[in-house]
Every structure is written in C-alpha cells, then in structure tokens.
Design a binder for this molecule. Sequence first.
Ligand code: GLN
Length: 199
Amino acid sequence: TPVIGVLALQGDVREHLVALAAADAVARPVRRPEELAEVDGLVLPGGESTTISKLAVLFGVMEPLRARVRGGMPVYGTCAGMIMLADKILDPRSGQETIGGIDMIVRRNAFGRQNESFEAAVDVRGVEGDPVEGVFIRAPWVESVGAETEVLAEHGGHIVAVRQGNALATSFHPELTGDHRVHSLFVDMVRASRTAESL
Ligand code: GLN
C-alpha cells in the first residue's frame, strides 16, 4: 500500500487525508523534512498559497520539497497546491515562492469576484464515468502550458487540470466532494512510480 503525505502547514489537510484513505492509500500529514523523506507521494492541499509558501520556508521544507519533486516523487496539488506546483505565477505576492514542477503559468484568484466560489461539472481526462463535480473556491486557472504539460480539463475556456510526468494539479477541490476518483488516479500514479523504482 502506498504511503502518501499531505503537506500540513495550512489548508484543507484533513479532507485530503480522508480522501486518500478512501482511495486505499496510507495517508499521513507531513511538516518536516524527515516526514517528507518517508512518503511515496505527496498532496499539496487547498488553502492560501502565500501562507503555505512562507511556512514551507520557515519549516525548512521548501528546498527538500523542490528536491523530491525534481527527483520524480508523485505530487498532486489542489487550488493553492496547484499554485505551489507552477513553475511561474503571474501575480505573486511579495515573498511568495513556489515549489515548481509543472511547466505552466498560473493566475491566482483568476475566476474573479463575481464568481469567487462555484461548482461545475468538469470532464477530467483519465477519470472514467460521469464528470467530476468541480468545487472552485477563489480558484486559480492555468494561463498557459509548456510542450510537456498535458491538459486534463478545461472550464469556461480555461485550463483547470494538468499533468506533467508525475505531477498532477487541479484548480478545484475533489477532496470536498466525497468522490474519490481523482485521488484514485493519483494513488495509481504513486503505485506506478513505486513499481518503476523497484524494477
Ligand atoms: N486563492 C488561494 C490562493 O491564492 C487559493 C484558494 C484555494 O486553495 N481554495 O492561494
């Protein structure tokens, strides 16, 4: 059974732990570099990306995170977590850094004031069956992607789910819906990467 961490500095950590357990992973919170070293994959939760960035630096886990993502550890970011995985953000706040890992430019709070929170059915490539119920909360969108980044979903003409190698990101929050199919997709990515390592 894959062991998957949830970066537990700020944000909806508990919901991801529940969703990962429902998707047949062993899930545990990760705050320190020693805890990061013990997991097969990592979820970056929704929350506030500037706060998560600053706490990651403060806890000394930012560079270890970058090293593991560069080394190919499977990683999944939702909303603020998507922002953390962007190689570039359009409108960073001062002191805001990202881990990077996905060749994309992300616009924070992109859906705007009139539409700060909403739900929409989203077809996600790689998720079988009905569309996923997308919960968007002051969500980012992906402004543009590089050649190696695969677009998995769009909403209203904007990219809202992507994958590059072992890194997956969604603008929306599957952990809030009780539908574990996106988490299962990620758990499968972690399983596949463990198999590849042990060959
Ligand atoms: N707007 C938040 C940010 O910029 C993300 C919101 C969320 O994670 N639901 O970090």
